[in-house]
Design a protein around this ligand. Structure first.
Ligand code: FAD
Length: 215
């Protein structure tokens, strides 16, 4: 029994089959889709080079031929280790012999009304729809995924917008200029302490150092 039908859960199932494991395998995932990979969501899919289906790791037939029971759209809500059972929301419980937890991670939500997040396939579809008609976008989170969205947006011809005050405050002047995306993070963080602690933890020390120098 594998809980979590993301890359890790999927890979575990096929590695077990590849290694000769012949007993039944059940893959439980709460997203209502075939297991898919996330990397194309912030790259080829946003750029319109791939359909969303292309992110699927294997077609349904693969799971059938490899005797991997797919329980997608089902959420595990509890584990009873005494009876070796997984409790599934609104469904009968499932017994297991061995259990793998591959439940991954989730986005950190911020108190910003109307913000979109990029983690799941459905998130990517929502962002792509909005991106198509957007003139400019604000991206909070300057890690790989945020930068990839920025790169996709500029490739799609979205307006370059230099936000000098924000770039200076968060210390990423060069990066903001090079990538040409609007970073409102620092300005938002100044106004919203909750945002500062939620979104700026990685940049916080640099941010404070920079402000001290500026004073
Ligand atoms: C947009 C984007 C782009 C990325 N690009 C890259 C890249 O270029 N290179 C790279 O190396 N990495 C990239 N990553 C990171 C990579 O996708 C993750 O490291 C990878 O998805 C982790 O896989 P996982 O299976 O551990 O977790 P997840 O992908 O989080 O999968 C876990 C699954 O378990 C499900 N689940 C959770 N709880 C339950 C439950 N109780 N019951 C049932 N199901 C449950 C979740 O809904 C999810 O479907 C990217 C991530 C994103 C979001």
């Amino acid at each position: 029994m594998i809980v979590g039908a993301g890359q890790a859960g999927f890979q575990t199932a096929i590695a077990l089959r590849g290694g000769g494991y012949q007993l039944p395998i059940t893959l439980v995932g709460d997203e209502p889709h075939l297991p898919y990979q996330r990397p194309p969501l912030s790259k080829e899919f946003l750029l319109g080079k791939h359909t969303i289906e292309k992110s699927e790791l294997r077609p349904l037939a693969f799971f059938e031929t490899h005797n991997i029971a797919l329980r997608i759209g089902e959420r595990a809500i509890g584990i009873d280790r005494d009876t070796q059972t997984i409790h599934i929301e609104s469904r009968p419980s499932i017994p297991y012999d061995k259990l793998v937890l591959a439940t991954g991670s989730r986005v950190r939500k911020l108190p910003i009304e109307g913000a979109l997040y990029l983690r799941t396939r459905d998130d990517a579809i929502a962002i792509k729809q909005r991106l198509d008609s957007a003139q400019s976008i604000a991206i909070i989170g300057g890690g790989f995924i945020g930068l990839e969205i920025a790169a996709a947006a500029t490739t799609l011809g979205k307006r370059r917008h230099r936000d000098r005050s924000a770039a200076e405050t968060d210390g990423s002047r060069g990066r903001a200029r090079d990538l040409g995306f609007l970073s409102r993070l620092a300005r938002l963080a100044r106004r919203r302490p909750s945002l500062r602690s939620a979104a700026c933890t990685r940049r916080g020390s640099h941010h404070r150092r920079h402000r001290r120098r500026a004073q």
